[in-house]
Design a binder for this molecule. Sequence first.
Ligand SMILES: Cc1cc2nc3c(=O)[nH]c(=O)nc-3n(C[C@H](O)[C@H](O)[C@H](O)COP(=O)(O)OP(=O)(O)OC[C@H]3O[C@@H](n4cnc5c(N)ncnc54)[C@H](O)[C@@H]3O)c2cc1C
Length: 289
Amino acid sequence: MKPAAFCYHRPNNRAEVDELLTELLSPEVYLLAGGQSLVPALSARSVRPEHVVDLNHLHGEPVVPVAEGDRVRIGPHVRMSTLRADRRLAGRLPILAEMIAVTANTAVRNRATVIGNVMCGEIAAEFPALAILLNAQALVRRDGETSVVPVAELASARRTRPAGGPAGGAWTSEIILPLPDPQTRFAFAESARRHSATAVAGVVAMAGLTPAGPVVRACVFGVGTRPFSVTVTSSGEYAGGLADEIGQRVRAGVQAQDDVHASADHRRSVAADLAVSVARRALTGQVRR
Ligand SMILES: Cc1cc2nc3c(=O)[nH]c(=O)nc-3n(C[C@H](O)[C@H](O)[C@H](O)COP(=O)(O)OP(=O)(O)OC[C@H]3O[C@@H](n4cnc5c(N)ncnc54)[C@H](O)[C@@H]3O)c2cc1C
């Protein structure tokens, strides 16, 4: 099929995007970034916007992540492949490249933007789970004003509509990804019914040491309509039992849904088992072979 007719807009800079989103009174306004979720949804007519605002022609937007001290700024033109290839990030946060390597395929990653990946509403999206684990923030612009919104909030809000739903008068101009302490260890795993299929459940975990003792934080994705995060700390130096506790907390707390890929019970159970093994790997610094 082909998309239904819509008005196409090509703003040249951030201010023009702001103006368009304020002026276009229709609720059905979608932003076009890499198009990897939006274009198939347009073609299938599961979305029928009156207006599409193309973000690909903004002048002066960096196409690479911009390092700024202990954080990285990711603008609307940074593609998933570029983020994966970034050398500084590869040295500081190797789990990022590992997770992006299993996100979709090369052709999709070459077009898909990082911000589009957060906004597209995909419940099994890998990058948003890592961003949530790191407490990443998004700069959201509405009526020319910018507010700082946790990526956790932004990604969760988009999970129920095809291609993440319409813009609703706002857009994301940057994601700010904090870089962890170099001693922090990460691990990640996901499980799918067959090779390369959408994950039934996935978990990314980080383990570190605070003055109070070891701490493990995990984020589960692909299971409910929102990524589920859990943090467990140990009083004292002993880290044994933390991974099992993470698993119990995931099993008890994660909201799962039945769908064609898996039952809610199966998703919960896979998520809890993965959480234990991923948390254990993060704690021991074990690298998966
Ligand atoms: C074959 C295939 C396999 C895939 N597998 C995976 C996978 O394994 N893991 C995974 O995570 N994803 C997967 N995806 C989803 C893919 O990652 C997303 O389609 C892509 O990241 C969306 O980014 P985009 O730049 O193409 O966004 P677009 O498709 O252009 O836009 C998607 C949504 O984001 C909104 N949006 C985009 N930019 C902004 C912005 N700056 N501010 C506000 N809203 C914005 C748009 O309005 C739209 O609603 C897969 C997709 C395909 C086609």
